[in-house]
Design a protein around this ligand. Structure first.
Ligand SMILES: Nc1nc2c(ncn2[C@@H]2O[C@H](COP(=O)(O)OP(=O)(O)OP(=O)(O)O)[C@@H](O)[C@H]2O)c(=O)[nH]1
Ligand SMILES: [Mg+2]
Length: 377
């Protein structure tokens, strides 16, 4: 429930785009309904009593006189419009229905594609809906339910945390392109794992930038977790070697290895990653136990090539999607789940230590279509 609330609260923009789009699909009149409604309210509320709305001079004069009053009204307006919009659109959407015909299916497919769900996955969802529901008269709520169910069907096996072996040293390697959120995510997970009572150690195998090591050190200190680092510009594989030795000597449960960001099309950097993995395997041929690809939700369709290349070089075992808050594009996650059969361990919903949640496919499917509550749980 916390996950769903956060997704909704943090303006999960894809969900409002898709949810709003579905309302429009059934009832085109809902297009910009909130905006028009808002404009009406502004003009009514800030118009001083007795002034002729067509007389712009008196309007402006009076407007100035009652400026502080206006501010309060505008503030109140802001509080109220969301609520009013909700009531109006819910009344409209309850009463309106549209027959599911070819043209509506086409509109639906376009909407899914523009919500970043991807061409193939959108076509798949539309086909499944066509099969069972062609010619039916659908309300907004029914349409949202149908899509949510199809998205859930695609994603239902995706929500798994990284595997963890009790009683032995677990080695998790974090990879991804520059700035995707690897270091931040390690900091968040380290904190969560420590709270479970596990003994954690982190390795700063990003030796390119001194700042990268400092950043990890800060995250480690927040949770009181030790860190192994190397000299600047030293071989990251040697840091990993040292870290595994220390983890063993300390009797650690979990070693998390942070790597430098690298573009998937830079062959030399991908080879460096392969070397890190060889060094790990020399010490424990069952490791790394998880190779976690950290993806930024804003990467667009480029995300597919990231998953492809990192999987080839590093044998990715799972995904963490960051930045689903704010301007995120959640639809890409549906397309990824459809194309690659990789677990989606967690999603990042902000920059703070607590902003990492296990991925819940049911809640996600509801949130993305803008269903008001998590009825499927
Ligand atoms: N809004 C938001 N910001 C995030 C999230 N995760 C990470 N960030 C921010 O993204 C930026 C990059 O995060 P880092 O953790 O440094 O990314 P990185 O992959 O380690 O970067 P490199 O080491 O340079 O490749 C930072 O400003 C983080 O605060 C998230 O879930 N939501
Ligand atoms: Mg980093």
């Amino acid at each position: 429930m916390k996950f769903f609330k956060k997704l909704k609260e943090k303006l999960f923009s894809t969900s409002s785009k898709l949810g709003g789009g579905l309302e429009e699909l059934i009832d085109p009149k809902t297009k910009n309904l909130g905006k028009k409604n808002e404009e009406n309210l502004v003009s009514k509320e800030i118009r001083p009593t007795g002034a002729d709305p067509r007389d712009s001079k008196s309007f402006i004069k009076n407007k100035k006189d009652s400026e502080s009053n206006d501010k309060t009204l505008v503030r109140n307006k802001k509080k109220n419009t969301g609520f009013i919009k909700k009531i109006i659109s819910s009344v409209e959407s309850i009463s309106r229905r549209r027959r599911l015909d070819e043209s509506m299916l086409e509109d639906l497919e376009d909407l899914l594609i523009t919500s970043d769900i991807g061409v193939n996955t959108s076509a798949l969802i539309v086909e499944r809906i066509r099969k069972e529901n062609f010619s039916k008269e659908l309300s907004v709520a029914e349409l949202k339910d149908l899509i949510s169910v199809e998205i859930y069907n695609i994603m239902k096996t995706s929500g798994n945390l990284p595997k963890y072996n009790e009683g032995k040293l677990n080695i998790w390697l974090f990879v991804g392109v520059n700035g995707s959120g690897k270091t931040t995510t390690i900091g968040k997970i380290a904190n969560q794992e420590k709270e479970k009572g596990r003994k954690i150690i982190i390795a700063a195998a990003d030796t390119f930038r001194a700042a990268a090591v400092d950043q990890l050190l800060i995250w480690g200190k927040r949770s009181g977790i030790p860190m192994v680092k190397g000299e600047e510009k030293s071989d990251p594989a040697s840091v990993v070697f040292k870290a595994i030795e220390k983890a063993r000597n300390d009797g650690s449960d979990l070693l998390m290895i942070d790597t430098a960001g690298r573009l998937q099309n830079k062959a030399d950097l991908m080879q460096e990653l392969e070397k890190i993995i060889r060094v790990i395997k020399k010490q424990d041929d069952t490791a790394p136990h998880n190779v976690i690809l950290v993806l930024d939700a804003n990467s667009g369709q480029n995300i597919h090539s990231q998953v492809d290349t990192f999987s080839k070089s590093a044998g990715v075992t799972g995904i963490i999607m960051t930045k689903l808050d704010g301007t995120a594009k959640g639809g890409v996650l549906v397309a990824l789940a459809d194309k690659f059969s990789l677990p989606i361990h967690c999603v990042g919903l902000g920059e703070k230590i607590e902003d990492l949640e296990p991925f819940d496919p049911k809640l996600f499917a509801n949130a993305i279509v803008g269903l008001e509550n998590a009825t499927q749980t």
